[in-house]
Design a protein around this ligand. Structure first.
Ligand code: ADP
Ligand code: MG
Length: 321
């Protein structure tokens, strides 16, 4: 099964630019394989704008050179996410209870709390999967999350990784990443040069972030659990989100994988706002700035990890159990 339409036209000059600038035989080979496997026609046209310079290696040079789409959030006042008095009721059960949460642009916020506290429900509200029964939820100044569809919210720049990895096991790492690129950008023929260069730029920076460049030709099914999680984060990055939500990203990981994931989060923080839900305190300690403790659908405490670990109510409700 091919992941790219047989009619897709890739721009030759942009491909050449990738080849010249990346100077990485395995990437070149993978791109060739992708072209052959999918019977892609390569057009000999001249770029209408300079092709983005790609990093010569995949060191720490990642990061998105271009701003996210024009429809991205207006964060002029520094608030990326604004939830006020949000409640979610399932029949008479209150999964979220008058919860107010403000996340600043560029922040990495950790959310901890016992099972059933409402952490996943909170992510469901932010991504439009669950509608608040009452209260307001805004992304930046203009995006009313209570009114937008899940697709519109993703398009506005919110990306979410669920607890279980859902990579396509039979496809290679590269195919998975290309498949995750926004559909219009994969197949559109208008704006062609710009789009092609942009996807490759995003692929380059994504591989720099998730550190899977040596694995791009491997079927995703052969990756370790940790590598699959990183690939899935990479698939999120292909959509160039502004705000990234990670739900229990280190569950089931080895200590070494957990440590790598902490490093990945710190790299992502340079260019993204992040909300990370986790139980693993070693991991939280490695990445956290401000920590929010959720219990019974409401905020129990907020502060540094040390602050909340010393909070009596938190010890009683969560940590001391
Ligand atoms: P957490 O992620 O903190 O463990 P959740 O947000 O998944 O907690 O769940 C919070 C509470 O809401 C739980 O008691 C759960 O059973 C309940 N809940 C979540 N989703 C639904 C639903 N769709 N219908 C009914 N109850 C739900
Ligand atoms: Mg959960």
């Amino acid at each position: 099964m091919s992941i790219i339409s047989n009619n897709t036209t890739f721009q030759k000059t942009a491909n050449d630019a990738l080849i010249k600038n990346v100077n990485n035989p395995s990437i070149n080979k993978a791109m060739e394989n992708l072209e052959n496997a999918n019977n892609i026609t390569i057009a000999e046209t001249t770029p209408t704008q300079p092709v983005t310079t790609l990093a010569e290696d995949y060191g720490d040079s990642g990061g998105f050179a271009q701003p996210v789409s024009k429809s991205g959030p207006d964060m002029r006042h520094g608030i990326a996410l604004y939830l006020e008095d949000v409640s979610v009721w399932f029949d008479s059960f209150r999964a979220l209870n008058d919860l107010s949460l403000y996340i600043e642009a560029g922040e990495l916020r950790c959310i901890i709390g016992p099972n059933g506290a409402g952490k996943t429900t909170l992510m469901d509200v932010i991504t439009g999967k669950t509608r608040p029964t009452k209260g307001s939820a805004f992304f930046g100044q203009v995006h009313n999350l209570a009114k937008l569809s899940t697709e519109e919210i993703a398009e506005a720049g919110i990306g979410r990784k669920f607890q279980k990895p859902t990579v396509f096991e039979k496809f290679t790492v590269l195919d998975n990443l290309m498949l995750a690129a926004p559909k219009d950008k994969r197949v559109s023929k208008s704006w062609f040069t710009k789009i092609d260069a942009e996807i490759k730029d995003t692929l380059d920076s994504t591989l720099a972030q998730i550190r899977l460049k040596d694995m791009i030709n491997k079927p995703a099914g052969l990756l370790s659990h940790g590598q699959k999680q990183w690939l899935e984060i990479g698939m999120l990055l292909m959509q160039r989100p502004k705000l990234i939500l990670l739900d229990e990203p280190v569950a089931g990981m080895t200590d070494a994988e957990t440590e790598h994931t902490a490093e990945l989060c710190l790299r992502l923080k340079k260019n993204h706002t992040l909300i990370v839900v986790e139980h693993d305190m070693t991991f939280i300690d490695a990445i956290s700035e401000k920590v929010t403790v959720l219990a019974n659908g409401a905020i129990l405490a907020e502060g540094t990890l040390a602050d909340v670990q010393n909070n009596e109510a938190v010890i009683e409700t969560y940590l001391g159990r």
